[in-house]
Structures are given as structure tokens and as C-alpha cells.
Design a protein around this ligand. Structure first.
Ligand code: ZN
Length: 138
């Protein structure tokens, strides 16, 4: 027996209708999954940096200077990648905090809720797709 959906029937069309608890949970899960993913990526990058560092220390004796230079460059690339990931982790964590406060997931321009899918893909998104496109067109 199907129950009638009273939630959708009585929904008001005000611009800032609150998200349902289920929706908020969906965003929270997406953000948490994203954070875990980024943390794993960060750990991986860090172990690569350590490895490159070890290589540089252990077999630099008979090395071609050009080779050492390339390795240093590679290591610097890895470090900037690690910093980049760290920055993204911070963004996701900030998003989770704002989600708890109820201020996350609303478009800064039009005030409409940003779709869950968009937030999952871009946790730092502050504009809905329509406003983002308008912004880019200018
Ligand atoms: Zn918008």
C-alpha cells in the first residue's frame, strides 16, 4: 500500500525552502566521501615525496646532475600537488562545518539550493549552475 506523499503536496514555493533532512544527509555523505578520497590521495602523494627524497639521498653519488635536477623538479611538483590536495581537504571540511550550521549549499547570487550532485562534484561551489554560467559569460 502506497502512502500519499504529504511533503511534496504541501511544499511552498518560497525561494529559500529548507532542505529536507535526507537531502542534507546526502550532501554530508558526499562531502565525507570526498574528504576520505582526498585524504587517501594526500597520503599517497606524501609517500611518493618520501620515496623521491630517499632516492635522492641514496643514489645521488653516481648520478648525472641533470638526473638529480629532474628528480628535484619532480619532488617539487609532488609537494605542490600535496599542498593543493590539502587545500581541497580544508575546503571540504569548511563545507561540512557550514552544512552543520545550515549555511551551506545555497547559491550566493539567487539564493536557490545548489543541487546535491553539483555539491558532490564541487564541494566548494557557491553558485548554482545557472548563475555560474552567467558569471562565466561576462
Ligand atoms: Zn543561482
Amino acid at each position: 500500500m502506497a502512502k500519499p506523499d504529504t511533503r511534496t503536496a504541501g511544499r511552498k514555493s518560497t525561494a529559500k525552502s529548507p532542505r529536507s533532512a535526507a537531502e542534507t544527509e546526502k550532501i554530508r555523505a558526499a562531502l565525507a566521501a570526498r574528504r576520505d578520497e582526498l585524504r587517501a590521495e594526500y597520503d599517497h602523494t606524501l609517500s611518493e615525496i618520501t620515496e623521491l627524497q630517499r632516492d635522492r639521498l641514496t643514489d645521488s653519488a653516481g648520478d648525472d646532475p641533470a638526473d638529480t635536477g629532474a628528480r628535484t623538479f619532480e619532488r617539487e611538483q609532488e609537494i605542490s600537488l600535496a599542498n593543493n590536495i590539502l587545500e581541497r581537504i580544508t575546503q571540504v571540511e569548511r563545507a561540512l562545518e557550514r552544512l552543520d550550521e545550515g549555511g551551506y549549499g545555497w547559491c550566493e547570487r539567487c539564493g536557490n539550493p545548489i543541487p546535491v550532485e553539483r555539491l558532490a562534484a564541487f564541494p566548494s561551489a557557491t553558485l548554482c549552475v545557472t548563475c555560474k554560467q552567467l558569471e562565466e559569460r561576462r
